[in-house]
Design a protein around this ligand. Structure first.
Ligand code: OSB
Ligand code: MG
Length: 374
């Protein structure tokens, strides 16, 4: 198989209720508006997931803006155009500024279709080398320390390989001290989602006492320079999430000393090709990397797990099991956590074979389609 042509693209709009609210420094979230992209080529389907939120709080993109970009600029440039390598697709969109989540949703669906067409698992296509990857879990802000410890107990009991707690001003040092006090040896980190400023440097330095693997994105979502000023004031390594939108951003951040670790989210980077570029660069310079999550349904989750199987992802990702967020995920089998704290890398070619269409239908709100056979 050397060539593929996408004939039709469908956008499936789902609403999925989270098992429990997820609270970050941005506020609480109870459900996700999930848009799945289904690309249809000769005899095969490919699936991608839009990770944008309903509101522009993690980044500027929202479900509505991303769907507009897909409809007006992405879908038409892909349908009918011969593809001989899924790496090509993102280069067609270089002229479109920003909008990485919209691009990633379509690009990842093309990768998945390619995986199905060549009958090779996505992980293998990307250069993955592991059959299982260590899974971390991200725990939202809770109503007090006792509630947080309760959640941590549950996830440590399930075997998660790393615990990430969300922090915000007023809910930080005490929480981290309590978790570290109860679990002296677990891999523990804190994610601030941009809730602090440089003036908080002295306060953030108090977290140095708790042997955190990293502090994620303490300062502004679009900042690199202030993080470089903060970094030498802390012993704890900094990890950037929101600020890194390309492999070049990561290079610049490392160059100025803004971080020592990078969270790789394909949605934030515009897709898998850019994620691979980031990965290859990180391996070259020896920067630890991990795959972050965006509360994905099974579709995005399987993509993230495939990516995490590459050798440069040296730290556990936010690649938790389906039941972390969903009562019933839309894939079958769901992603499960092994007693060793790992999730299995899918060996099936194409996510489509793993979709539970009746669960998908029960979450479906509406759909739209583009191209032939409408
Ligand atoms: O900052 O990593 C983040 C979820 C939504 C938006 C941003 C983030 C998160 C998480 C959860 O921390 C990651 C996950 O488990 O999917
Ligand atoms: Mg984060």
């Amino acid at each position: 198989m050397t060539n593929m042509r996408i004939e039709r693209i469908e956008l499936l709009h789902l609403t999925m209720r989270l098992r429990e609210q997820f609270v970050t420094s941005f506020g609480p979230q109870h459900e996700r508006d999930v848009v799945l992209v289904r690309v249809r080529a000769e005899g095969v389907d490919g699936w991608g997931e839009l990770v944008a939120g309903r509101d522009p709080i993690y980044s500027e993109e929202t479900v509505a803006t991303a769907v507009t970009i897909m409809r007006d600029h992405l879908v038409g440039s892909v349908i009918g155009r011969p593809i001989d390598d899924p790496r090509q697709v993102h280069t067609w969109w270089r002229w479109i500024r920003g909008n990485p989540m919209a691009k990633a949703a379509v690009e990842m669906a093309v990768w998945d279709a390619w995986s199905a067409a060549v009958d090779k698992p996505l992980a293998a296509l990307l250069g993955g080398t592991r059959t299982a990857v260590p899974a971390g879990v991200s725990i939202g802000l809770q109503d007090g320390t006792a509630a947080l410890l309760d959640r941590v107990d549950g996830f440590v009991g399930q075997g998660y390989a790393r615990i990430k707690v969300k922090i915000a001003p007023g809910s930080d040092v005490g929480l981290v001290a309590a978790v570290r006090g109860r679990y002296p040896d677990i891999a523990l980190m804190a994610d601030a989602n941009s809730a602090y400023t440089l003036g908080d440097a002295g306060h953030l330095a108090k977290l140095d006492a708790f042997d955190l693997t990293m502090i994620e994105q303490p300062l502004a979502h679009d900042d690199i320079i202030d993080h470089a000023t903060l970094s030498p004031q802390l012993r704890t390594p900094l990890c950037l999430d929101e600020s890194i939108r390309s492999a070049a951003d990561a290079r610049r951040a490392l160059q100025v000393g803004a971080c020592a670790i990078i969270n790789c989210k394909p949605g934030r980077l515009g897709g898998l090709a850019e994620s691979l570029a980031l990965h290859d660069w990180a391996v070259g310079v020896g920067v630890p990397l991990w795959v972050g999550g965006m509360l994905e349904s099974g579709v995005g989750r399987l993509h993230n797990i495939a990516l995490a199987s590459l050798p440069g992802f040296t730290l556990p990702g936010d690649t938790s099991a389906s039941d972390r967020y969903w009562d019933s995920d839309i894939i079958d089998p769901a992603v499960t956590l092994s007693p060793a704290g790992t999730v299995a890398v899918p060996t099936v070619a194409g996510v489509g074979a793993m979709i539970d269409h009746s669960l998908l239908r029960s979450a479906l709100v509406h759909s739209e389609s583009f191209g032939a056979g409408r």
